[in-house]
Design a protein around this ligand. Structure first.
Ligand SMILES: Nc1ccn([C@@H]2O[C@H](COP(=O)(O)OP(=O)(O)OP(=O)(O)O)[C@@H](O)[C@H]2O)c(=O)n1
Ligand SMILES: C[C@](O)(CO)[C@H](O)COP(=O)(O)O
Length: 232
């Protein structure tokens, strides 16, 4: 009987600059609730997850009004200057609690529309060295370069086996901590956890997920997230 456990780590210490709002986007309202409270509810209601690490900015004045502020299942960790540092701080909060062979489930709080069916599929397919939810690209993809005030096309990128990486991204606790530390020591500030595992020579699994698992990033994403939440 495996006694491996699953530890959600939810980076929530961003400033949301691309959203251009009066507060970090995770604290904007969706259906009358904090955006991130939707994400926390989806994660903490999933049967495999007993507790979750939430990584918060030290200067965060909004968290105290979260529905989960007093929830004993939440382990808090301090944010970092970039997402990768925030995730590493989240892993550090599990030291002495998580075992190296436990699975860490890193999920952006900015992705509130994640469905349990995607989590089911992710864990059904999960194998070492780890796995991420991803969506195959649908559009023709271009590589560009800056020219004058804008950008021009260099060439069209073959989109066969081209994927949008999403979250959750799931890796062994010990391996992810080691890989992220190695990356940062090498001056490589990764934008996702899979990049760190790849940097160490491993090839995580791509698990096809739903394209409505959007990362709320720009103003136009809010209405889309509201619509997707209303359907799930
Ligand atoms: N230093 C950081 C930066 C980001 N994040 C988190 O990582 C997730 C994905 O990052 P992103 O969408 O880029 O959020 P922001 O960095 O806040 O957005 P922006 O880049 O527009 O400022 C978000 O849940 C965000 O809160 C974090 O915990 N710590
Ligand atoms: C982790 C991620 O959501 C996968 O697409 C993405 O890399 C986060 O990037 P961001 O620049 O921090 O939004």
């Amino acid at each position: 009987m495996s006694n491996v456990r699953y530890w959600p780590v939810l980076p929530a210490a961003g400033v949301g600059s691309r959203m251009k709002a009066d507060r970090p986007k995770q604290y904007l309202s969706l259906q009358g609730r904090y955006l991130m409270d939707h994400t926390l509810e989806r994660m903490l209601s999933y049967p495999l997850f007993e507790r979750a690490v939430v990584v918060l900015s030290d200067e965060d004045p909004y968290w105290s009004a979260s529905e989960f502020a007093g929830d004993s299942r939440v382990i808090r960790a301090p944010g970092g200057s970039e997402r990768c540092y925030s995730v590493l701080n989240g892993l550090a909060a599990l030291e002495g609690v998580a075992q190296d062979e436990d699975w860490v489930v890193v999920h952006d709080v900015a992705r509130p529309c994640l469905r349990h069916s995607d989590l089911d599929q992710l864990f059904h397919e999960l194998q070492d060295p780890g796995a991420i939810l991803a969506v195959p690209t649908r559009d023709t993809m271009k590589r560009g370069h800056h020219s004058g005030e804008g950008s021009v096309i260099d060439h069209t990128v073959d989109r066969t086996q081209l994927w949008h990486a999403l979250t959750p991204q799931v890796f062994r606790y010990g391996q992810l901590q080691q890989a992220l530390t190695q990356c940062l020591d090498d001056g490589f500030e990764v934008t996702d956890e899979a990049s760190a595992i790849e940097h160490c020579g491993q090839s995580p699994l791509l698990v096809e997920g739903r394209s409505d698992n959007i990362k709320v990033t720009r103003p136009e994403d809010l209405a889309l997230a509201e619509f997707f939440l209303s359907r799930s």
